[in-house]
Design a protein around this ligand. Structure first.
Ligand code: ZN
Length: 334
């Protein structure tokens, strides 16, 4: 049984090849990589980096402008709501339907955006927003939601970072991170500066995000033509960039970080793998993308895991497919 830890692991691949060749170093180039060698792709579909567009404050033009434009491009955004804020409350029925477009994932941004005066208030303001947003989108009761910290009036956030982290953990909320350095029209003011965040993710093979407020007139407004220019620049990077929502990127990153692929069998007619991850499977329930070296003779490949069966075509001797960590064994056959 050969074990490859997560990531690109060129060294593990190289060592394996050398062992097969019986030579070190120079022998590698003369031999095809060993059948069965599998890596967990850095990001879904073996994209080089991930990028998320995030929209705060449940603004009406997110519904009327942003979501239709994302939908046209088959992109998705994450939308952080304040369910008790008057101007958002009247839109909650529309927000409930937004995920059906495929272009919107909802997150929590506290109840009122007004902060609180003590720890009990924090629990209500943060925790209740999670419950309401969770109820707005059908699905498992136990699941992760994105959380964005609102900018509140002075003195209206009297809790420590540890207290906030505890409330978020109790409610399975995942903090999207700081606004600083990620704010459209606040920090990034041109389409090139905005897409520069995506370029920086591509440089690092990591994940980046950009936070918008109003698109069109309103709070920290991004003019619509500038927003569309940015979307076009983002779309031009689509082949290398996974444009996704905050929780999908978070789940993938956590599962990959704790993930291990084992090659159980690697023959000319069958390859068997197992995929495990240390991430809690109740909350981290998204598939990972695997890339496996198959025999050169395989014209196509059937991948089976539990009841799922897909046919994939080898490209340059490798096949790419999705697999669930901590589920059944994975079998590949020609
Ligand atoms: Zn806000």
């Amino acid at each position: 049984m050969k074990q490859f830890k997560s990531g690109r692991l060129p060294s593990a691949v190289a060592i394996f090849t050398c062992v097969l060749c019986g030579f070190a170093g120079a022998a590698r180039a003369e031999h095809a990589p060993a059948v069965g060698i599998t890596r967990i792709a850095q990001w879904k579909d073996d994209k080089k980096a991930a990028f998320t567009m995030e929209f705060d404050d449940g603004i009406a033009n997110h519904l009327s402008i942003v979501i239709p434009e994302l939908q046209k491009r088959k992109m998705v955004g994450t939308f952080y709501l304040n369910p008790a804020k008057a101007e958002q409350k009247i839109l909650l029925d529309q927000w409930k339907k937004a995920p059906d477009t495929g272009a919107a994932v909802l997150g929590a941004h506290t109840m009122t955006h007004g902060g609180f005066k003590d720890l009990a208030g924090a629990e209500e303001e943060i925790g209740r927003s999670q419950e309401i947003v969770l109820d707005m989108v059908p699905g498992k009761r136990l699941r992760l939601l994105g959380f964005a910290t609102p900018g509140v009036p002075p003195g209206r956030w009297p809790i420590t970072g540890a207290e906030k982290a505890q409330i978020l953990a109790e409610h399975h909320l995942i903090d999207r991170g700081d606004f600083a350095g990620h704010g459209a029209m606040f920090h990034e003011r041109t389409a090139d500066e905005m897409v520069g965040l995506a370029e920086s993710a591509l440089d690092k093979g990591g994940v980046e995000y950009l936070v918008f407020h109003s698109v069109g007139p309103g709070t920290i407004p991004t003019p619509v033509p500038l927003f569309l220019e940015f979307l076009d620049k983002l779309e031009a990077r689509h082949d290398r960039l996974w444009i996704t929502d905050q929780i999908s990127a978070h789940k993938y990153e956590a599962e990959r970080a704790g993930g291990t692929v084992r090659v159980v069998e690697a023959g000319s007619r069958k390859i068997r793998l197992t995929l495990t991850s240390q991430a809690d499977p109740q909350l981290y329930d998204a598939p990972l993308t695997l890339v496996t070296q198959v025999p050169a003779a395989w014209a196509q490949c059937q991948v089976m895991q539990d009841a799922r069966k897909v046919t994939v075509m080898p490209v340059n001797g490798t096949v790419q497919f999705e697999a669930m960590p901590n589920a059944g064994g994975i079998t590949l056959e020609p």
